[in-house]
Ligand binder design. Structure first.
Ligand code: SAM
Length: 263
């Protein structure tokens, strides 16, 4: 599947609620992403690429941390990145990560979150991104994956999560199994010092997490119904778990991986 289809699917920036969904995604995941970046020791003079930057919170964090360097924030659709003033050391660029390149050896840090799993051949794209790194530079890739649905004590809720994964696989070619394969792909790309950590998203105990998933389910509902993956009644019944004070179950796990180009 050709990646620009992303712009036409249920996660397109123009879709009702997508701006708010991306904002919630940032609010929930930025602390873990920033912890990984801090641990790598981001320096003031680094040149960084934030690929598939979405609303741009991490690109802006990097711009603040690298005042003597430069951050290039890229996306297929850059409108959300330009909504607030762009810092002087940040460039916003329309860029398709599956085909547009940066010069070899040019970046100290390349980061992509919730991007590669939507692409037709994430391992190939990861290999190209690794080629942008200067010697000693870091590649950080984060993508979500799920625990097995059959392990959940809430089959309706787990079934809804599973149906959403099937829908994204059909529309965008999204592969939620990819996240587990990132470290191996980094090793194949010649990176070293590879590491991996995971943030588990728990529904039913955190209003921000629940707000994010309600948005995901609302955006997926027309597609789920149209494709026959679920009926509107089944979806409503699964989402109603979020109103039950006793409910707690995992949604997805955001896998964060890092690897370094040898000096
Ligand atoms: C799920 S959002 C994640 C946004 C951001 N990385 C974050 O975690 O907050 C995926 C982003 O990748 C962008 N995208 C999808 N396919 C792309 C491609 N081939 N090249 C560049 N960006 C792409 C989308 O437009 C969207 O902004």
């Amino acid at each position: 599947m050709n990646s620009p289809v992303y712009q036409d699917g249920v996660l397109a920036h123009g879709t009702d609620g997508e701006r708010e969904r991306l904002r919630l995604l940032e609010e929930l995941n930025d602390p873990a992403t920033v912890a990984v970046l801090e641990q790598l020791g981001v320096r003031a003079d680094w040149h960084c690429v934030e690929a598939g930057a979405g609303h741009g919170s991490i690109a802006r964090w990097l711009a603040a941390r690298c005042p003597e360097g430069r951050v290039t924030a890229t996306d297929l659709d850059t409108a959300l990145l330009r909504e607030s003033p762009v810092p002087a050391n940040m460039t916003v660029a329309r860029h398709d990560v599956t085909r547009d390149d940066f010069p070899a050896d040019s970046q100290d840090l390349v980061h992509a979150r919730a991007l590669l799993g939507h692409l037709p051949d994430p391992g190939l794209t990861l290999g190209r991104m690794a080629g942008w790194l200067a010697p000693g530079g870091w590649l950080v890739v984060e993508d979500p994956t799920y625990l097995p649905a059959e392990a959940s004590p809430y089959p309706e809720f787990a079934g809804l999560l599973e149906a959403c994964q099937r829908l994204l696989a059909r529309i965008h070619g999204t592969d939620h199994g990819w996240a587990r394969r990132i470290p191996a792909a980094m090793a194949r790309a010649g990176l070293t010092d590879i590491g991996m950590t995971i943030r588990v998203a728990v529904c039913g105990t955190d209003p921000t997490e629940d707000a994010f998933w309600r948005r995901c389910f609302a955006q997926a509902t027309p597609g789920l119904v149209a494709t026959g993956l679920m009926t509107a009644e089944q979806i409503a019944s699964a989402v109603a778990h979020l109103d039950d004070p006793a409910f707690a179950d995992t949604a997805w796990m955001m896998v964060s991986c890092w690897g370094r180009r040898p000096s």
